[in-house]
Design a protein around this ligand. Structure first.
Ligand SMILES: Nc1ncnc2c1ncn2[C@@H]1O[C@H](COP(=O)(O)OP(=O)(O)O)[C@@H](O)[C@H]1O
Ligand SMILES: [Mg+2]
Length: 273
């Protein structure tokens, strides 16, 4: 009979039971090794990454910046089991993401990943409260319980008085706060945020980032924030730049370029936004 340590048992309970899909105990929460991604299009093959490596420890809040088209969203999609790598391994939240079947990937996303995009993708015909409750209802929770939990999450994002508003009756910042509440309502371990402040003015973007920081800390999240805003990137525990299919520490960015981006007042990395 095999002995199972408490750590292994708790890990197994959160991930799939198939040992092939599990990361070694005490591995970083995200471990990407030799990642390659090639899209095959009518115009030929487009290879985004070759030999991309990334390790993220539990509790980190990591910023990823880089030019438009560098592959930032593609990387998040692979971490979140929304897309499969062409080669290499992606361990995320103790799971070998690329080896999941579609059904396992859906369950993995529900359980482990909170996703926020540049656009909120709230359902326009439902209220803020119903939108936040949606992932719980999809999991089969009773409506009353789902709405009660959703109300708690609306309080967490300081929108308890906006529960009956439809998305069209909310400001851009409020819509993103509802989207954050919806992303976290299932208590995932990871928050993947793809330019969540990209569509907001500077003051609102700062406030939404303040909220991300607070939720990150209060809920023991590990978070990745893709952003074009270097000031926000600097507030993360670590900042990386995607360039030429690799990730390098942002601090290694040539000083002049970095300074110029700051001086533009828009903190744009690519200069095209
Ligand atoms: N499904 C796809 N098929 C073909 N090419 C794609 C697909 N998704 C993204 N790309 C291409 O991959 C590159 C990286 O895209 P993306 O990850 O969205 O970049 P970023 O988020 O850094 O702006 C872009 O040139 C884009 O056109
Ligand atoms: Mg993108």
């Amino acid at each position: 009979m095999t002995q199972t340590s408490p750590a292994a048992a708790s890990q197994a309970s959160r991930s799939t039971r198939d040992p092939e899909l599990r990361a070694p105990i005490d591995a970083p929460i995200i471990q990407v090794t030799n990642l390659e991604k090639t899209y095959h299009t009518a115009r030929g093959a487009l290879t985004l990454f070759r030999g991309l490596n990334l390790e993220i420890q539990t509790g980190e809040l990591v910023a990823i910046v880089g030019q438009s088209g560098a592959g930032k969203s593609t990387l998040l999609h692979m971490l979140g089991a929304l897309d499969a790598p062409s080669a290499g391994t992606v361990y995320c939240a103790s799971t070998n993401v690329a080896a999941l079947t579609q059904k396992q990937a859906a369950a993995f996303r529900n359980r482990e990943i909170g996703y926020v995009w540049q656009f909120h993708y709230l359902l326009p015909e439902f209220t803020a409260l119903e939108n936040v409750a949606m992932p719980l209802l999809a999991r089969g929770l009773a409506r009353r319980d789902a709405l009660a939990t959703a109300a708690n999450w609306l309080r967490e994002v300081d929108l308890e008085d906006r529960g009956d508003h439809r998305p069209g009756e909310l400001s851009g910042g409020e819509q993103q706060r509802v989207a954050l509440a919806r992303a976290l309502v299932n208590n995932p371990r990871l928050l993947l945020a793809d330019e969540p402040t990209g569509d907001l003015d500077e003051t609102t973007a700062n406030r939404v980032f303040d909220l991300v920081e607070r939720l990150h800390a209060n809920h023991g999240l590990t978070s990745i924030l893709v952003t074009h805003n270097l000031d926000l990137a600097a507030r993360c525990t670590r900042a990386l730049r995607m360039e030429g299919g690799r990730l390098v520490p942002l601090a290694e960015r040539p000083q002049t370029e970095h300074g110029a981006a700051h001086m533009s007042g828009k903190s744009s990395v690519s200069g095209t936004w």
